[in-house]
Design a protein around this ligand. Structure first.
Ligand SMILES: Cc1ncc(COP(=O)(O)O)c(C=O)c1O
Length: 316
């Protein structure tokens, strides 16, 4: 076992806490062959007074929508799942952590039809620093435009955070590494800007914040929504629209936002510096405001932080 998972001792599995070693699936599970999972990534932050989840109920709502899109009935309420997330943190003794509820089709009938394979639910948590590296938030990252486009609407539902969709992101991510970039930005099938392999995309032009409009080619990020609301409340003009790729060259600033990455400046795209190549003032303003809110240094007028409540030891 490597890196991030070394400290994980317990996993929540189908209703209770089990040792890490027992959190396994059979090789003939439907999900292994056909990617039939939906999942979430939620962060727990240590604030000065307590440990809090960031927008956990919004994440769990999206999990439910993802499950509905793929015809899976979630056997637990969002209240139960929030308790499960708390139970996993408590069992492992984690405070700041990334929490991953995953719902998938287990071992059942052979063949594609998922409805004859049981729905299983696991929640795993692990300490996970900044996804794009410790320096990324301060110094920015180098991106490439992927040669892989995101899937077209009505091919794979990209609004679902589904395991199978991440084959697209994996191709992008590998390509980025091989081309010496930190992250890849994909276009939609129509050639408009879409998203990063695990983040939504923002541009800043003349002080206005721009992000791709909902076009069925990217995940509707909860951090994206948080950035849009924070930015408006900080007095920025914010626009969602169809953005041609060349707008990356017109942009004064570019940044990525997602739960794992948080808010990260993009300093170059395909080797061309964004603006003067340093993180710009609007990006830094949004990054710092986001950081201050999630860590409890600034007030949370939105009610986005909820204290982690630790359920009884037996779990839910
Ligand atoms: C493909 C993709 N786009 C965008 C995001 C950002 O979503 P969120 O802010 O809800 O984490 C993620 C991260 O989960 C992602 O995997």
């Amino acid at each position: 076992m490597s890196g991030a998972f070394e400290d994980v001792d317990y996993v929540w599995c189908d209703g209770g806490i089990v040792p890490w070693e027992d959190a396994t699936v059979h090789v003939m599970s439907h999900v292994v062959h056909y990617g039939s999972s939906v999942f979430e990534g939620i962060r727990a932050y240590r604030t000065p007074s307590r440990v809090s989840f960031f927008r956990i109920q919004d994440h769990l709502r999206r999990l439910r929508v993802s499950a509905r899109i793929h015809g899976m009935e979630l056997p637990y309420s969002s209240v139960d799942l929030e308790a499960a997330c708390g139970a996993v943190l408590a069992a492992n003794g984690f405070e700041e952590a990334y929490v991953r509820p995953v719902v998938f089709r287990g071992l059942g009938a052979a063949g594609l039809d998922p409805d004859f394979s049981p729905v299983r639910v696991f929640v795993v948590a692990w300490p996970w620093g900044a996804y794009l590296g410790d320096e990324a938030g301060e110094q920015g990252v180098d991106c490439c435009i992927s040669t892989w486009s995101r899937p077209a609407p009505n091919t794979l539902p990209m609004m679902a955070k589904a395991g199978g969709n991440y084959l697209s992101g994996s191709l992008m991510k590998v390509e980025a590494r091989r081309r010496g970039a930190d992250e890849a930005i994909a276009l939609s099938p129509a050639g408009h800007l879409s998203e990063g392999s695990g983040q939504n995309l923002f541009l800043v032009i003349d002080g206005v914040i721009l992000t791709p409009e909902v076009d069925g080619t990217f995940l509707l990020g909860i951090t994206r929504d948080s950035v849009l609301r924070l930015a408006r409340d900080l007095g920025y003009e914010v626009r969602e629209g169809l953005l041609p790729r060349e707008m990356l060259l017109a942009a004064d600033e570019v940044f990525l936002a997602g739960t794992a990455s948080e808010v990260v400046p993009v300093r170059s795209v395909d080797g061309v510096p964004v603006g003067d190549g340093d993180p710009g003032p609007v990006t830094c303003h949004i990054r710092d405001a986001f950081r201050a809110l999630v860590t409890g240094e600034a007030p949370d007028p939105y009610g986005w932080l909820t204290p982690v409540s630790v359920p009884a030891p037996a779990g839910v």
